[in-house]
Design a protein around this ligand. Structure first.
Ligand SMILES: Nc1ncnc2c1ncn2[C@@H]1O[C@H](COP(=O)(O)OP(=O)(O)OP(=O)(O)O)[C@@H](O)[C@H]1O
Length: 791
């Protein structure tokens, strides 16, 4: 309606869009045509939200219902010979005051906006932007995908705070950086709610076709509203050419919005059809004529999906409902539709959906992040999406649920709901059903279960830590790599354990790949002997086992800690035990030597039972930190560090492998050292001390710990290398460098040449190496040129 634009007498208020909105609109306007259809879905969804808000407010404030009788959404296409085509979407929802028009439509307050804008702006691939738009949900701004100009007429619902609402217009064209808000020159035409007029772009006129709109509403919006959605249609009909008969149908161009008799689901549009069958009439009177019959057709006449019999619902319907309700355009991974009784006498129907991806914010939000995707309804009226104190635990906060309770009073408020037992029971019912669904997938659908692992693997671990009541069920869902298989459950591990094995073996080192873990010194013997070891590289793995402690009564054993038992030690032949005793005796001088040299680092030194090829390893004592925990502790900057921490850090044991030639050689050298009564050979002692300390530091590194002072460690390595190369140990390295030029506070005047983004792919300039010659003493033959030092 051109009047909407306002006459000269209407005071217009002009505003600039908030910068994010301006950026968003630019993306929308430049985006791909194939995604334009979303505009209708977005506007109908907003209309539905406005109606839900109204119905919820009406529970406590009846007067908001004044102004318009029915709660519905209408869509009408207006073709025009002399002007542009228009689509008008109207709802009788809560409406907006002029301030709200400015605030809600002129600013962006959506989560993830910045991220979306950055991604969309840097995307050079337009189809990528299209997918982003689909996933983000543009809301109101999607209007500009198809419209050159948009008018939003809105009048807020009457309330005690706003007893005399006035209908206002928000007006903006696609290429404007500003918008206007002004009183509607037509006065109050809506009664209550919002009317959005899209003045279509020339290349979007095909949206005026009824079949196009019908198709779009059926596909995207038939599930998005529990309020009736009507589409204005016109059809041609042949009627008797009898003035009296044709009076019941009008061929007017405009028809009033539908009048609806009740708010129940059986809502019907009152458009009278000819009372008698047409055929009889044409037979009576052969003279006929063709008239245009205007009709409001309800597009979502079916009952809401959750109230229907699951057998009558197709997968496509479940998926369409999911995407319309939660605006997730990736298909859900699975769903479960059920009827329940809370046990406190409230019966309800619910559908639980498992999304096919976790929202990026899930791990960022920390443990406080709670579920916002649970739609709690009472007799089909949306009540709340927050369970308050009875919120789902963090691990399950991603689940999307619709619950419709039958036996609660409709005027139940959020507060009285909190005190109702129903919510508490509902929480545990949802969790139980969710676990059932997950377990069913585990048992019946391998492919889907793999996808579940990919998306929710860490969520199950978190759940087992967080949700003590359901710990076992969640732990059953967890899969881990082992030294023998890619993905093993705890039960599968136990089925594969060896005779006598009384521990579940695992090695944990956060961030390490399975391949790296499998090469660890700690698993070499277990693996060589055919025992299976869990390889825990995920951040939550070690926390998971420490909370679980045992599975089916079998305790977990960290293979990097003392206490490892194969379980068949009893059956070791006598001679093997004797050999062990003999080795301990034989290696006593080396063990004593090592104890003396490693007092700051380890608690004890022993002959190892776990090493095959490696010469030595550092093992955490049962009460000490493993390398993994030690890393976590230092990364955390944990305030509980202190005495206990220092104590736990030192609870390590150095294990040596008597079969390693290196250890044998070391033993020989220790034995050769003159005893104290004779003259001590201090040089030989120092040299051996140095070798020993490199060996211990090497063991620390190999076992995943850090060395105490890495500079000192490398100087020692340096000295040993010099010695083995016959280079002077004391000859200094020339450390002179070219000093920096004097201070220059001037800023550069010319623009820096832009860096070539493809430089990495271009051949590098040849690097010339100069080899420095040294004499017998290790001193350079030719003094180094200055550019060596710069390097
Ligand atoms: N038909 C309407 N009636 C009342 N208020 C509306 C209507 N359409 C939009 N609004 C208001 O404008 C705000 C912004 O709408 P917009 O569609 O951009 O985002 P949103 O609805 O918050 O997000 P999304 O549509 O992606 O869920 C809404 O939150 C709502 O307050």
């Amino acid at each position: 309606n051109p009047d909407v634009a306002g006459g000269p007498s209407t005071p217009k208020q002009k505003y600039d869009y908030q910068s994010d909105v301006a950026r968003l609109r630019k993306i929308v306007i430049n985006s791909l045509y194939s995604h334009r259809d979303v505009f209708l879905r977005e506007l109908i969804s907003n209309a539905n939200d406005a109606l839900e808000k109204l119905r919820l407010t009406a529970l406590t404030e009846r007067e908001v219902l004044e102004g318009a009788e029915n709660l519905n959404i209408t869509v009408k296409a207006v073709k025009s010979e002399d002007g542009p085509g228009r689509i008008i979407i109207t709802d009788t929802g809560i409406g907006m005051t002029p301030e709200e028009l400015t605030q809600n439509l002129g600013t962006l307050a959506k989560s993830g906006t910045t991220e979306f804008l950055q991604k969309a702006e840097s995307s050079t691939d337009t189809s990528g932007t299209g997918n982003l738009i689909g996933a983000f949900g543009l809301g109101f701004y999607s209007s500009f995908l198809v419209a050159d100009h948009v008018y939003v007429a809105s009048i807020a619902a009457k309330s005690s705070r706003n007893p005399e609402p006035v209908q206002h217009i928000f007006s903006s064209s696609a290429d404007d950086s500003s918008f206007e808000v002004y009183p509607d020159p037509r006065g109050n035409t809506l009664g209550r709610g919002t009317e959005i007029t899209l003045v279509l772009k020339d290349d979007a006129l095909d949206y005026l076709e009824t079949f196009r709109l019908t198709d779009m509403i059926n596909k995207h919006s038939s599930f998005s509203s529990s309020f009736p959605v009507y589409l204005f249609t016109q059809r041609l009909e042949t009627v008797p050419d009898d003035e009296e008969e044709t009076a019941t149908t009008t061929a007017s161009e405009e028809v009033a919005t539908p009048s609806i008799q009740s708010e129940s689901d059986e809502d019907e549009v009152v458009i009278e059809e000819a009372a008698e069958p047409l055929q009889e009439k044409t037979e009576k009177n052969l003279k006929t004529k063709t008239v245009t019959v205007d009709e409001w057709v309800q597009m979502n006449a079916q009952a809401p999906i959750w109230t229907r019999d699951p057998k009558s619902i197709t997968d496509e319907e479940y998926e369409a409902f999911y995407s319309a309700t939660w605006k997730d355009h990736d298909k859900p991974l699975a769903w479960h539709h059920f009827t329940g009784d809370s046990g406190s006498g409230v019966s309800f129907r619910a559908i639980i959906y498992i999304p096919s991806r976790l929202d990026e914010s899930y791990w960022r939000e920390g443990l406080e992040g709670s579920n916002k995707d649970l739609r709690l309804m009472v007799k089909r009226t949306f009540i709340t999406n927050s369970l308050g104190e009875d919120a789902l635990p963090k691990w399950a906060s991603w689940v999307k649920v619709v619950v419709d309770a039958e036996d609660l009073p409709l005027n139940v408020s959020r507060e009285t709901l909190q005190s109702n037992k129903f919510l508490k029971q509902l929480k545990s019912i949802i969790i139980r059903r969710l676990l059932q669904t997950l377990t069913r997938i585990q048992e019946e659908d391998n492919e889907k279960f793999e996808k579940l692992q990919e998306v929710y693997g860490n969520v199950f671990r978190l759940g087992a830590v967080e949700d003590v009541k359901n710990r076992d069920k969640l732990a059953t869902l967890c899969r881990f790599p082992t030294t023998q298989r890619n993905s093993t459950s705890l039960d599968e591990y136990l089925e594969n354990k060896k005779q006598g094995q009384k521990q579940i073996f695992y090695l944990a080192d956060m961030g390490k790949s399975e391949a790296d873990l499998a090469k660890s010194v700690f698993v070499e013997k277990l693996h060589a002997r055919g025992y299976e070891v869990f390889l825990f590289g995920q951040p939550l793995d070690e926390v998971f086992v420490q909370n679980l402690r045992r599975w089916k009564k079998v305790p977990f054993q960290d293979v990097a800690k003392a206490g490892l038992k194969f379980g068949d030690e009893e059956t070791d032949p006598e001679e093997e035990k004797a050999l062990q005793r003999q080795l301990t005796e034989e290696y006593k001088p080396l063990l004593d030597w090592l104890r003396k040299e490693s007092t700051d680092i380890v608690r004890d030194v022993i002959i190892s039972n776990r090493l095959v090829t490696s010469s030595c390893a550092i093992v955490a004592d049962a009460h000490g930190y493993t390398a993994n925990i030690e890393k976590m502790m230092s990364a955390n900057n944990n305030p509980t560090k202190g005495l206990m921490h220092e104590f736990a850090k030192k609870q390590k044991i150095l294990e040596i492998n008597p079969r390693s030639p290196l250890i044998e050689g070391l033993l020989k050298r220790v034995k050769q050292l003159p005893t104290e009564e004779e003259e001590r050979d201090l040089d030989a002692e120092d040299e051996l001390k140095e070798v020993t300390s490199v060996l211990i530091d090497g063991a620390l590194v190999r076992s995943g710990f850090g060395v105490n002072d890495s500079n000192e460690f490398f100087s020692r390595v340096d000295r040993i290398l010099r010695r083995s190369l016959g280079v002077s140990e004391t000859a200094p390295t020339d450390t002179s460098v070219k000093p920096a030029p004097p201070i220059d506070p001037e800023l550069p005047t010319e623009d820096e040449p832009e860096e070539d983004p493809l430089r990495l792919f271009k051949p590098r300039e040849e690097v010339k190496w100069e080899v420095e010659e040294i004499d017998d003493e290790g001193n350079p033959v030719n003094p180094p040129t200055s550019h060596h030092d710069e390097l």
